[in-house]
Design a protein around this ligand. Structure first.
Ligand code: MN
Length: 249
């Protein structure tokens, strides 16, 4: 079975937590694992290296690809900015852990798929910057995250002309996806191309590495899409392309 590495989400040490008091927890979100497991793959949560940083090469060598899952904000400090508000400080520890993973998977020429925060992290890993909060920095922009309706917040995205996505979905120019992010790509990272934008405000919604092994990322969450809702983009062809790239190793 194919082994796909998953970057962990973090619950940092918290003395008030009534479980694993003051311990760091690494976790994955269940629907993402289930979405990936619809293919013949085993998802493997990659722990932080701890004292064994040198093991990362071997860990990556044993995996066929990397999926960067959603979660906490990317820290503005990771792209050389100060947080505009304390609540937008993000998770610098997770940023560093994931950037190390991205570098090693790229070095070993293995495919990477980024989801939501994963797209933002990849943009930053390639030298790009983010909006720390879309609606503060771009007041005219659409609301890309509504906490009350959460994964029921939707908008349309259009594929860029001549993009990879436009070839994957040749009959669909404008599609509907969910939107649960308040950060977004500001300056695009080096070597990346824009694959899709929000039709309402032009926000970057998908990016891809122009060269090298498969690296693709989008802002929406396919794992939360209701497969019965025909009005939402079926993202399985993207996952299948990622798997195909992972098989080539
Ligand atoms: Mn969006």
């Amino acid at each position: 079975m194919m082994h796909i590495g998953l970057s962990a989400c973090f619950f940092h040490r918290d003395p008030k937590r009534n479980l694993f008091k003051d311990k760091t927890l690494l976790y994955l979100e269940e629907s993402l694992a289930h979405w990936l497991m619809e293919e013949e793959i085993l998802t493997v949560l990659i722990p932080t290296p701890g004292k064994r940083k040198a093991h990362l090469k071997k860990i990556v060598a044993d995996l066929d690809g990397l999926v960067l899952q959603g979660g906490a904000d990317v820290s503005p400090e990771t792209y050389g900015e100060k947080p505009l508000k304390p609540e937008w400080s993000g998770d610098r520890i997770r940023d560093e852990y994931e950037i190390a993973l991205v570098k090693e998977f790229r070095r070993q020429k293995k495919p990477i798929l980024g989801i939501c925060r994963g797209a933002q992290l990849l943009n930053v890993a390639f030298g790009g910057t983010l909006y720390q909060d879309i609606n503060t920095q771009l007041p005219e922009a659409l609301v890309h995250r509504n906490w009350e309706i959460y994964d029921k917040n939707f908008h349309h995205v259009a594929f860029e002309p001549a993009s990879w996505l436009s070839k994957v979905f040749p009959k669909q120019k404008k599609v509907r996806v969910n939107s649960i992010h308040h950060q977004g790509v500001k300056d695009l990272g080096k070597g990346l191309s824009i694959e899709a934008r929000c039709t309402e405000d032009g926000m970057v919604e998908a990016i891809r590495a122009k060269k090298g092994p498969f690296l693709f990322a989008f802002q929406w969450h396919p794992e939360f899409h209701d497969p019965k809702d025909r009005n939402l983009l079926d993202c399985r062809p993207i996952l299948k392309s990622f798997i195909k790239a992972a098989e080539r190793q």
